[in-house]
Design a protein. Sequence first.
Length: 169
Amino acid sequence: MISKNPKDSYTIITDIVLPSETNPIGNMFGGELLARMDRAASIAARRHSRRIVTTVSINNVAFTKMIPLGSVVTIEAKLSRAFKSSMEVVMDVWIEDRESGVRSKSNEGIYTFVAVDEMGQPVPVPPLIPETDLEKERYDAALRRKQLSLVIAGKLNPKEATELKALFF
């Protein structure tokens, strides 16, 4: 299987916030943003694996800035790490000021997907080779997050969590 780079999965989705997507004070519903992020992340995961993908978990979403009605929202997604059949996707969410056009980061998130065949069974995905310093940081952090979630779920003994030993011992 041929290795890929994070740039191979890079996905950008841009849309506007409409009235039906906002709460009573005129800001985008959190669930609406989660759905948009899920779509962007699933495209990135599919670009990497070239398979059907399904969301396994929303590992983290930071709602740091409200997104007002009429805002132009851009989601940038790309793989941070590929494991056997699962892939972690990181996303940055940007909003564009309607008058000045200046973009500011409003949210970020990390989702995990698994590649499956037509019967829904997991299938292997290509390895990921990070290139930039940020991609390398995200690649290393993805293993720590995976090991932590496996320890919490009781699927990995903390003593076997090689990247987390400093936390447990």
